[in-house]
Write a protein that binds this ligand. Sequence first.
Ligand code: SAH
Length: 361
Amino acid sequence: MTEFEKGLRQLIALEGPLTVERYMGLCLGHYYATRDPLGADGDFTTAPEISQMFGELVGLWLAEVWTAMDRPATVRVVEIGPGRGTLMADALRAARILPGFQAALDVHLVETSPALRERQRAVLAGSGLTAQWHDDLESLPDGPVLLVANEFFDALPVRQYVATDRGWCERLVGIEGAALTFGLRAEPESLPQRPRRPGDVLEVPLASIAIARALGRRIARDGGAALLIDYGYWGPALGDTLQALRRHEYVDPLAEPGEADLTTHVDFHHLARAAAAEGARAHGLATQGDFLHALGISARAEALKRRASPPQAESIERALARLTNCGETGMGSLFKVLALSHPGLESLPGLPVGTPRPAES
Ligand code: SAH
């Protein structure tokens, strides 16, 4: 048993069962602080690690939005949860085609993991870029902002409630015998959403909502936009989406605490609503496939293939399919794109015009 798991069990023995939210927060904090989880040798692979095309198109998106913002002399280009720094390096290389944008860039990375900060520093230095690091959005300097978050919100803790005949009871993690197990708080809580049938699970992403609010407030005040990409859906919806990945395989979320990547699917309606309540405009949802096609990923793949060897061309084709294909074979329809902007920006590249459709009841 790891030292982390021993500590976690001691905490439960001392304080009683933890909420799922606290369990996720502790496990994810340990997980990200102690490793680089990305890539074939890690636990999961993200879009920027599949192909440079992903970051490049995000870079062109940023440059286009900067133009639509009337080209502010300085713009804070921010990424939350930058992983290895690959997306930012690819994005800013592609954005060099707009020299004015290059001159206006001030790069900020929000990252809590010391291990990944090191990795980001090395990757950006390799591309001749400098950046400043932050623990959260609060310490970002004022001014117009262009923010990107890819597979960030899925890594934030959520509260889970289970419908019982007493009402919604919060889901807990305790110890039974030798194993960590799920349980329920005895007292129910009243929540706005009604349970349909016993056993229904409701996820409440309070940490994500707080970040989306702060982001909305910031963009409405200082101008700019944010691009949020994740495996998710437009809710509200019921269902337990907590999952754990280790070495590219699903594992029991309680089996190896702090050693597996814990995620939930992102309910984008919470993010859009929270940001809109602070005065920002929401755009989307688009599927990742539609978004990348609208930004010209096929043309980019063709251009790269013209300079590639036959095996390289095949791998570009495979990456294109993986990023844009629908269904279980690709990320094209499972991943979604939501953007937030200053209300003065009425449309954004690659996204449907108008606010997201109202939630289905
Ligand atoms: N965007 C990257 C990495 C996704 S993994 C990519 O697409 O490859 C999630 C990232 O979020 C990691 O960099 C992780 O360290 C970071 N992270 C997780 N929780 C965080 C938090 N609360 N604040 C800031 N960064 C966080």
